[in-house]
Write a protein that binds this ligand. Structure first.
Ligand code: NDP
Length: 477
């Protein structure tokens, strides 16, 4: 029997995707550079469905129905190019190569253009949800041609997570659109994690809550509007006690956050596109700061404020204030991320449906949350929404939260507890709503030292002031 789809690259992600496909009744061809992984999969999980193991590229290709659909799930970067070059020459016009790894969208655009010339479809696909997601239903973000989605889409939708029967998978847009959206997903994930981490740090540092108590606070939050996978697992991590020492687990972990690079890409592309994704950037820099052990050791003795922690009723109320600050900052992070997707879509002509992105992030992925359904609804009622902050529901919630938000940021500042995510999100909110920004002064400075010219509020055109002359005459530039 021929397979309807094949997976090459059977490490944890590829293996689980292949099992997920087989469990849904699809016959799956299997291939991996080192044969042992293929043998292991068939040996351990062969009973879960129909697998067709292949031990050479040719055998793998021959085992597939046409149009052939080859899912590559190997290390991103050069290994992906190597595997594409291994299979592309063996495929025929109309066949589909799917890269489900974490590729940079620019690489995906390059590969897609190259393979399109050779008559093949190339689908760069974002997959989120980690290894458990891959097995039980991830959120899937496929790019590539519309035509490729006709054969591939039904299979991917079948194995994706579902919300009330709606798959967490949809065709995102041409060439690199899928990987771009996955990249921004990860950027938002960085911001969300940072904000949650700051909430923990503030509850402990400003109000004296213990990790186990904070776990309880998070559990309560998880029953409300913050209901999300990240809050849920945070409660579990905080409630965990280290077996060896009996201390809270969080206290025995080295406080240096690592990263695999998708947050960094998001920030780099944000800069390229000129989108102010300050929350995501701050979260990425916060990880980077945490990792600078030497720098931190050198600076540890610097003086901080001598202020007393919150006590009594203030400490009790603080958890509620932090919940509001977290919610408002989270709206900002998502607003920025969605604006970045919008900007990418415009720049590359992808025509991405933002409401659809929120729809497929509602389950399966790491940022899955009740919140995403509100974002879906916001875009459903206003497709040209300039920012989530002005959507009815979010506008009201953030306006209601702003006093608490400001109070939390000022408490953090007073006590010398770093809360860069909260602070930058609030600054973004205030920056957007400001009547006038000091950018006017910056334009004056630029014109002074570099004759960069400026526009006026009351007249059309560009102007330059001759700052070196005593009477500083102004003339059109
Ligand atoms: P790894 O990223 O650890 O990659 C290992 C796989 O790549 C193995 O099958 C390995 O083959 C193969 N490989 C590496 N180099 C080559 C090469 N030059 N030629 C052929 N095959 C090669 O595996 P993961 O399963 O963790 O991740 C797969 C992809 O999915 C990555 O792009 C990752 O970024 C992405 N991803 C991972 C997530 C996760 O939670 N882990 C979540 C979402 C996406 P061999 O067995 O022969 O060494």
């Amino acid at each position: 029997k021929k397979a309807s789809i094949g997976v090459t690259g059977l490490a944890v992600m590829g293996r689980n995707l292949a099992r997920n496909l087989a469990r849904h009744g699809h016959t799956v061809a299997l291939h991996n550079r080192s044969e042992q992984r293929t043998r292991d999969l068939v040996e351990q999980f062969g009973s879960e469905g129909e697998f067709v193991p292949a031990y050479s590229a040719q055998e793998f290709v021959d085992s597939l129905e046409r149009p052939r659909q080859v899912v590559i799930m190997v290390k991103a970067g050069a290994p992906t190019d190597a595997v594409i070059e291994e299979f592309a020459p063996l495929l025929e016009k109309g066949d589909v190569i799917v890269d489900a790894g974490n590729a940079h969208f620019a690489d995906t655009r390059r590969r897609e253009a190259d393979l399109r010339e050779r008559g093949l479809h190339f689908v760069g696909t974002g997959v989120s949800g980690g290894e458990e997601g891959a097995l039980h239903g991830p959120s899937i973000m496929p790019g590539g041609s519309r035509e490729s989605y006709e054969s591939l889409g039904p299979l991917l939708e079948d194995i994706s997570a579902k919300v009330d029967g709606t798959p967490c998978c949809a065709h995102i847009g041409p060439d690199g659109a899928g990987h771009f959206v996955k990249m921004v997903h990860n950027g938002i994930e960085y911001a969300d994690m940072q904000l949650i981490a700051e909430s923990f740090d503030l509850l402990r540092g400003a109000a004296g809550y213990e990790p186990a108590q904070i776990a309880e606070v998070f559990r309560t939050w998880n029953t409300g509007r913050l209901d999300s996978y990240l809050i849920e697992i945070t409660a579990q991590v905080l409630a965990h006690t280290d077996a060896a020492t009996g201390k809270p687990f969080v206290d025995v972990v080295a406080d240096q956050a690592e990263q695999k690079g998708t947050g960094r890409w998001t920030v780099q592309i944000g800069l390229d596109l000129g989108v102010p994704i300050s929350g995501i950037a701050e979260a990425t820099f916060a990880r980077s700061l945490s990792g600078h052990a030497g720098l931190r050791a050198a600076a540890r003795g610097l003086a901080g404020p001598s202020r007393a922690k919150l006590t009594g009723a203030d400490a009790e109320r603080f958890a509620d204030d932090v919940e509001q600050a977290l919610y408002a900052s989270k709206v900002v992070a998502y607003a920025q991320g969605f604006n970045q997707i919008q900007a990418g879509s415009t720049e590359y002509g992808w025509d991405i449906d933002l409401g659809q992105i929120a729809t497929i992030w509602r389950d399966g992925c790491i940022i899955r949350a009740k919140f995403l359904d509100d974002i879906r609804a916001a875009y459903a009622s206003e497709t040209e929404l300039p920012t989530l902050l002005t959507a009815g529901l979010f506008r009201k919630a953030v306006e209601d939260a702003q006093d608490a938000w400001r109070s939390v940021v000022s408490t953090a500042t007073r006590l010398g507890i770093p809360a860069p995510g909260f602070a930058t999100s609030l600054a973004y909110y205030d920056g957007l709503r400001a009547e006038r920004l000091p950018a006017a002064l910056i334009q004056g400075q630029r014109d002074y030292f570099g004759a960069h010219t400026y526009r006026r509020v009351d007249r059309e055109g560009s102007f330059h002031t001759e700052w070196a002359k005593d009477d500083r005459p102004e003339h059109p530039a």
